[in-house]
Design a protein around this ligand. Sequence first.
Ligand SMILES: NC(=O)c1ccc[n+]([C@@H]2O[C@H](COP(=O)([O-])OP(=O)(O)OC[C@H]3O[C@@H](n4cnc5c(N)ncnc54)[C@H](OP(=O)(O)O)[C@@H]3O)[C@@H](O)[C@H]2O)c1
Length: 227
Amino acid sequence: MTDLLPPADEGLYEPLLRPAWRLGHLGQSLDGFIGTAGGRGDVINGAENLDHLHRLRALADAVVVGAGTVAADDPQLTVRRVPGRNPVRVVIDPRGALEPGHRLFQDGAAPTLQASLAPGRAPGLAERLTVAEREGTLSLADLVEQLAARGLARIFVEGGGVTVSRFLAAGQLDRLQLCVAPLLLGGGKRGLGLPPAGRMAEAWRAPCRCWRMGPDVLFDFDLAAQG
Ligand SMILES: NC(=O)c1ccc[n+]([C@@H]2O[C@H](COP(=O)([O-])OP(=O)(O)OC[C@H]3O[C@@H](n4cnc5c(N)ncnc54)[C@H](OP(=O)(O)O)[C@@H]3O)[C@@H](O)[C@H]2O)c1
């Protein structure tokens, strides 16, 4: 089936050569899970999608993850599988609760920002970025604005499900990529969570292209084209 789709290198990256974009990506099973319930560093997709993730990091000025992803996976968020420089790493950690021992706070591989609601000392080599509150959560509009003021306008939101969902709900993404692996998990970590549509006519839709990525299919939604 995937043979009918264009391979990812034929135009997928063109929009990402622009000076500003905000892209969210999640790798998920066919039944909508992004990881097993207790899994650490679960990799759902194939090698081609991992290469894609590293390419997105290389094209981005900043890579953003939620505190849940750092706590579960202890990711480095560096570029290792393709040529390119490491983006600035941004961790949304509203209460500054993450343990200081995580690799991205300690390894010095790239500048690292801890986005929190209150000023304070960031762990390890990281810098604290104090972000405004909005309706009880951290304001993503303010975060994006502060990153832009630092010249970080190409933003890759790498996960997890809560963080990508909040960027989407806040209207802070102009591209959403869901890479679906041909497997079923039956349960686990939820991917996107949106308010339920009452009727089919109210379903979330956006212009979409599909790309072949090894055994997986990447759904590439162009939210900016929605108008
Ligand atoms: N398959 C994939 O593509 C993929 C990618 C990345 C991660 N993962 C997996 O996903 C799981 C983690 O995902 P997750 O959804 O549980 O967590 P997450 O999105 O990584 O982090 C969620 C946390 O981030 C903070 N946060 C994010 N946006 C916020 C906002 N606007 N305001 C306030 N706080 C905000 C909150 O922290 P507080 O709770 O402190 O308020 C929230 O609980 C892990 O199992 C990881 O392995 C999968």
